[in-house]
Design a protein. Sequence first.
Length: 256
Amino acid sequence: MVLPIDTLIAWFSQVFWSLLRVGGFIMVVPIFGNQLVSPRIKMALSLAIAIPLASMLTPMPRLDVLDLGLLLEVALQLFAGVGLGFATMVFFQLFVIAGQFIGMQMGLGFAAMVDPGNGVQVTALSQFFLMLVTLTFLAVNGHLVLLEVLIAGFKAFPNGISVSTPELALAIAGLGGWMFVGGVLVALPAVISLLVVNLAFGVMSRSAPQLNVFSLGFPFSLVFGLVIVWFSLQGWMPQFDRFSGELLEFSSLWMR
């Protein structure tokens, strides 16, 4: 069977445009886009999603003619995929920041370990929160929901996204504030409880100066901190549901 060259160019163009957006998303999104995943696996996964997706798209610009408009379209497709992956990464880092706040209050600032996904130093509690949010995200099929958002946005708006550039830039800039506010809200109960414990040790040091507060306070703060974190995990799912819902609300920029 001999296929006409025009048919091959049209098919390759469809796969190329879908691969740009899907590949940008896979290269940035947590779990699939971290440093532990080989680039060959990322490319294979992107192709496995992009090839079936190409058959569902409306006809895209052909690649046999190169011009400035075509390069702009390439940038838009990459930006659409990378933007959705970046928003998901911010959602994961929200819980990492919460772990940093709690770990510093517990005295675990020196107990830092390398985050293998990002290659940075984080506290052990932050790494625990990162693993917990990753497993919860996979358990509720959050990765499949994000793929549905990506595909739905591609079907609705094959040439980029629907919002204007200033609105999108403002929304992405607001993700930074959302990440820090969310991290504080997640860590606030544990931080306030540990603050009460430290205040109690401060009163003890004033009433009984002969006690070595530094030798007693650190193990007590560590034990109380672990107990408080254990009790605070009862509210993990409501917090996860709230912030994941806000992530999906932001992701609606790719669909509306």
